[in-house]
Design a binder for this molecule. Sequence first.
Ligand SMILES: Cc1ncc(COP(=O)(O)O)c(C=O)c1O
Length: 396
Amino acid sequence: MTKSWKDRAEEVIMPLYPQKEICLERGEGCYLYDTNGKEYLDCAAGIAVSALGHGNTEYTKAAIDQLEKFIMCVGSYPTQPKVECAELLVNNSCFDQVFFCNSGAEAVEGCLKLARKWAHHNKSPDCKEIIAFDCSFHGRTYGAASCTYKALKQDYFAPYLPGVKFAKFNDLESVENLISDKTCAVIIEPVQGEGGIRPADKDFIKGLRALCDEHEIIMISDEIQAGMGRLGTLYAHEYFGIEPDLISIAKGMGAGFPIGAFLGKKKYTSAFAAGDHGTTYGGNPLGTRLVYETVKQINDPAFLKNVTETGEYLMDNLEKLKADTNSIEEVRGIGLMIGVDTAYKIGDVLGNLLDEGLIATQAGEKSLRLTPPLIFTKDHADEAVDKIGHVIRKEL
Ligand SMILES: Cc1ncc(COP(=O)(O)O)c(C=O)c1O
C-alpha cells in the first residue's frame, strides 16, 4: 500500500507541527483544495499571511515579471523594488525609515537591538531592560523568544536574554511597577495573537504611550499578526490612535512571500550604523516587489473598509450563534482577527471544521482563531458561521 502524505511527512520532517491527514494542493481566492479535490474555506490564511487570498492576479504577474528580471543582489545596492517598497511603507506611516528582513522573529530582533543601542548611548549603558506582557508571543529566535511569555515554561531553552520582565496585559499599574532607570523598551502586541486573540484596551495602549513618553522608554508595537490591514487600518496602531516608536511587521505584508521589516522614527533609527545589523536576503528585489504589490492593494480605502465591515459582520453573526446555542463562551477580536471560545476541546472543533471544509487554527489554550484572507466577503462570513454552527451544534 502506498504511504499517505501525512506518514511521508512525519518520517522526514521534525515533529514540531503535527501533520494533518489531508494534503493541500492549490488555492483560489478564499479557498484551498486538497489532492482529492475537496474544497476548504480558508479561515487561517497561513495564520494571517495570505492577505490577498490565493492566486491574486496582480501579485502573480508581479512575481513572474520580477523572476524574469532578477531576484537577488547585495543589500548595499539600491533597486527599484526595494526603494519603492520602502517609500510606500514609510510614506503611509508615522515612521521615517524601514529595514527589511525575512521573518517576524527577525523583525522583533531588529527592534530589540535598535532599542538597546539607542538606550546605551542616549540613556545609560545599564539601560537594557525590556518589559513584555503575559500571554505575549514575539517569535522563536532567542531575543524574541525571551520576550515571549512561554519562555517561563520552556526552561529547557534557558538561558534566555537577561533583563526581560513581564507585566500584565491591559494593566497599566503592573507596567508602572516594573519601570526603573534600566528600562529600555516596552514591547506589546496591540492584539495578542498566539495568546488567544486578546485586543488591548484603547485606554491601556494610550496610557502605555504616555508612560513611555514620561520615562523616555521606547515603545515597540509588534504588528506582525495584527498589522497590514488586518484590523481595518494599514498599521495596527492606527486603530488605537497612537504612534509607537518602533514597529515590527511580517506575515500579511508579503501575502505569502516570507519577508519581515521593522520601521521607526529617525530619532531611533539613526542610532544604527553600518555593520550593527544586517541580513543576506532582506530587501531582495523579489520580496520587496511582492510587498509593494500587496501593500498597494491593502492600502486602498475600499479594501480596508471591506476588512472592517466584513469583520463586524462576522463578529455579529458569531454573537448571534452564541445567543442561539449554549456552546460559545466568548467572541473577541477586531477586523478580521477573531477568536471564539467554545465549550469544546479546540482540537475536536478544528478537526470537525476540517471535515466540514473549513480551515482555521488554535490560539491560546482553547480559542478558535479566524484570520481569513482580507478579501473575505459577507458570503464567506455566512459560510464560515454556517460551518461553525453545524460543528458546535453537534455537541462534540
Ligand atoms: C505577534 C507576532 N510576533 C512575532 C511572530 C513571529 O513571526 P515569524 O513566525 O514570522 O518569525 C509572530 C508569528 O506568529 C507573531 O504573531
